[in-house]
Design a protein around this ligand. Structure first.
Ligand code: SF4
Length: 456
């Protein structure tokens, strides 16, 4: 990885606040696989488990390459999927607090004999008031007995800090170790315009095998739990608010295809926008997808947060190659669904991300096709400069050509932005993170008409 990702080449290791290194590794044990969750049931009624510290890290799956016909079917794989029935954890094990929506935390607190008002005080100390508590000792102003119960029964942390790396433009990459020893990456993208963004991961690896993406080379190991996702945003605020100012935006564009883990992603996004907690504006929490159509529809119905679609091609032929999910949900289906779903939405725009690959998707014909493809879809388009890594097939489109492409889209009536190659903009595209191990997802056959340009 250190060689593969251009972002990483710009990184230096910086000091780590010892305050964040106090987490004791938790035991890992085998857990019964929960029943697969229905992909059609609304999240508000989706039952879930209060994972105990003994249970919550035991569902790792072997890294897997996507089969083209089952690329999104892992959503119901009990090895990877997490949602299950409500279960109050008792006995010696502790209950993980992050990952509960407020009403669930309230219920849990009441089940231990305490008042709803105390649940609210706890919630505010977990997520608000510049506390972001990581242990019961940090719960100022909380009743002694309640604190004692929390100390015995509750686990506050879902992640352990491994390392922080900093790019010259201020972008930070945080590596977290999960309780099963796997590592995920989170990125902080500061901006001098008062908009600081945290880019969170939703899976360890990714099954989608987009051909331009480093994370895709890893294959999928497992979904992250809602707690592991929420904790990335909490840690971002806890670690970097003093340095960069308030973290205002969240993008689900780190490792993984968020909508393949939709139960936990929608739950995490709900927790992030809670008005008494982290208080992110739903418009400033953006979930990105490579184009899982059924899950995309479900997301639009269940979440108030923003949606980004990684488009990256204007023909099925090219998209089938660089984003194999297109073989299952092609451009017509993907864009037709968005057109239909957004037709009656007020004030909602989908963000299309378009990574520009020299000689592959950056011609003026592509620009013209793109204008036609997004016609009647309320949208914005981000043109993203590709960041090559060692072994990558593709090269970035040169700046002049990107500007020409942008101008053609603007002249065609599109709202379009250029995201040039800076540390932060590299992180605007999903899939620059991760570290392929022994397993590497297969590269797909290059269509003959592109062989010459890739070999140039
Ligand atoms: S671009 Fe996103 S969806 Fe595609 S392989 Fe990379 S992480 Fe997965």
């Amino acid at each position: 990885m250190e060689k593969g990702c251009i972002w990483m080449r710009r990184c230096i290791v910086v000091g780590i606040n010892p305050l964040h290194l106090t987490h004791t590794p938790l035991s890992i044990s085998t857990v019964k696989s929960p029943p697969p969750s229905s992909s059609s049931s609304p999240s508000s009624t989706t039952p879930f488990t209060f994972f105990s510290t003994h249970q919550r890290r035991s569902l790792s799956a072997t890294a897997c390459a996507p089969s083209l016909h089952s690329i999104d079917d892992d959503i119901s794989n009990p090895l990877i999927s997490r949602a299950a029935e409500i279960e109050f954890s008792e006995g010696n094990s502790k209950t993980l607090l992050k990952g509960m929506r407020y009403h669930e935390l309230e219920k849990w607190v009441q089940s231990h004999g305490y008042r709803p008002g105390q649940a609210l005080m706890l919630w505010k100390r977990l997520y608000g008031n510049n506390i972001w508590a990581h242990c019961s000792d940090e719960l100022e102003g909380i009743n002694k007995d309640f604190k004692k119960m929390l100390s015995a029964r509750a686990e506050f942390r879902a992640l352990s800090l491994k390392e922080v790396r900093s790019a010259s433009d201020g972008t930070k990459k945080i590596l977290f170790t999960l309780d099963d020893g796997l590592v995920i990456e989170t990125v902080i993208i500061p901006s001098d315009r008062g908009r600081n963004t945290v880019c969170v991961s939703s899976q360890v690896g990714c099954a989608m095998n987009c051909q331009f993406c480093y994370t895709g080379r890893m294959g999928l190991t497992r979904h992250l739990t809602a707690a592991e996702i929420v904790e990335q945003a909490v840690c971002a605020r806890r670690m970097f608010t003093d340095e960069v100012g308030s973290i205002t935006n969240v993008v689900f564009m780190g490792m993984g295809e968020p909508l393949q883990n939709i139960d936990n992603v929608v739950r995490a996004a709900d927790i992030m926008v809670d008005e008494h907690g982290l208080q992110f504006s739903p418009r400033k929490v953006t979930v990105s997808t490579s184009g899982l159509v059924p899950q995309l529809k479900r997301f639009l119905h269940e979440s108030t947060c923003a949606l980004a679609v990684s488009l990256n091609a204007t023909t099925d032929e090219v998209r089938n190659w660089i984003m194999p999910i297109n073989r299952k949900y092609n451009l017509e289906l993907l864009l037709g669904t968005l057109r239909e779903e957004l037709r009656h939405r007020h004030n909602y725009k989908v963000l299309f991300e378009y990574v520009m690959l020299a000689g592959v998707n950056d011609s003026m014909e592509d620009a013209k096709r793109l204008i036609d493809l997004v016609k009647d879809i309320p949208c914005k388009i981000n043109l993203i400069q590709f960041n090559p890594y060692d072994g990558s097939l593709f090269k970035p489109t040169i700046d002049e050509k990107m500007i020409e492409f942008r101008n053609a889209l603007a002249a065609g009536g599109c709202t379009v932005f250029l995201r040039m190659s800076r540390g932060d903009d590299q992180m605007a595209a999903c899939g620059q993170l991760g570290k392929p191990g022994n397993f590497q997802a297969p590269l797909l056959r290059v269509p003959p008409q592109f062989e010459k340009v890739l070999n140039a």
